[in-house]
Design a protein around this ligand. Sequence first.
Ligand SMILES: Cc1cc2nc3c(=O)[nH]c(=O)nc-3n(C[C@H](O)[C@H](O)[C@H](O)COP(=O)(O)OP(=O)(O)OC[C@H]3O[C@@H](n4cnc5c(N)ncnc54)[C@H](O)[C@@H]3O)c2cc1C
Length: 415
Amino acid sequence: MQYDLIVAGSGAAGMMAAITAARSGASVLLLEKLPKIASKLKATGGGRCNLTNTLENETFMARFGRDGKFMMSALERFDHRALIAFFKELGVESHAPDGYRVFPLTHSSSTIIDAMAREMERLGIEVKCGQKVVSLEHNGSAVTGVKTEGAHYHAKCVVIATGGKGYPMLGAEGDGYVLAEATGHRVTPLYPAMMPLKTKEKWVANCRADTIAKVELRVDMKKYKNLHAKGDLIFTKEGIRGPVVLDFSREITPLLAKYDEVPLLANFTKGMNEEQVRGHFKEYVRQNPAATTLELLATLLPESLSLELCELAGCDPKLTLAKQAGSNRDRLIKLLVWTPLTVNGHDGFKMAMITRGGVHLKEIDPYTMQSRKLEGLYFCGEVMNLDGPCGGYNLQWSFASGYVAGVSAAAVSSF
Ligand SMILES: Cc1cc2nc3c(=O)[nH]c(=O)nc-3n(C[C@H](O)[C@H](O)[C@H](O)COP(=O)(O)OP(=O)(O)OC[C@H]3O[C@@H](n4cnc5c(N)ncnc54)[C@H](O)[C@@H]3O)c2cc1C
């Protein structure tokens, strides 16, 4: 059977591409390798699905780094307002409880998936699950279809929306990179990102489950001194996690592949410098002359972390600060402002919420998402070399690029 368009992958990007193409009149086949559609979308936002955010396009693109500008044309046509309107039209209301991150009003990703599934059915999109695309068929210059493990399907256009490599149990295992490379596309180095990190320091285990607000992390390497991030951090049995770590990990994993260990400095005192810490302690001791070092530290940090920093500095937590040896006191204040942490590992793609790297952007036309190598072939979503931080960035990009790929493919296939 001949289709106008075959979409490989039923994530946010693939379903959006299928819907927009079908709305433009294209006959569409959506192939999904898992037994069900949209497994990763279901898990997003802890099941609540942080759809997008309210940032304007310039700021939004800047958060993706140097290559963010690639998204300009797609976002001009399908920004967060367009996405919110798209779901409203499908009967899904959304809101931004903190004025920034947008969720469906139900706070359930199933609402989003059900609405898209209903729309696909209404449009007559053929959805086949349990169909893994294993190769692309082409005549040398244009795509002609796909091969799955058990069948051949013919089409004028094909959209690769197979996602990245993270959380492979949710379907995306890097197949899109293999398909792209087999048809002459370059794929940049791939790194797991948005994940917890392991540290060499074992003391973190004693602070397990403590959340420290507004921690500043920076890379302690001269060449990378501009890399820093701020947000909440949680200690784990083996290292660190929490929003600041998830965001910063996309900078760290490429360095870790190069250097084996990445030294970090962490400021746990909401950005205070040494002078401010000394001033804060002086004032507290003036009002509480008998305060122990632990009581003093507890004005800034949880007790477990205070005890560990005392140990690292050689201070007795039960003594007053004045009674500590001068050099230990200085060391403690330095540690409070910049605590060394050494990242020495992670759990790889298994725990990576996104993939850093992907199909080289130079191989894709940003106005259509069409391959520059093979006519009728399109890419959208995480399979491309673009990754953003936490906060609805990656889904917005998947939906926007899916929209553009779908519209463009439908326009081509109608000739
Ligand atoms: C736990 C978790 C929570 C997240 N939360 C958020 C969040 O709240 N907000 C946010 O913006 N981002 C979030 N992300 C990131 C976001 O989910 C992804 O960036 C986004 O879903 C990528 O969409 P996609 O359509 O490109 O790929 P995917 O959603 O990964 O979809 C790809 C689909 O293709 C299928 N597939 C793969 N290979 C083949 C093949 N060979 N043949 C056929 N089908 C194939 C897969 O099974 C899968 O269904 C989260 C990620 C994870 C893992």
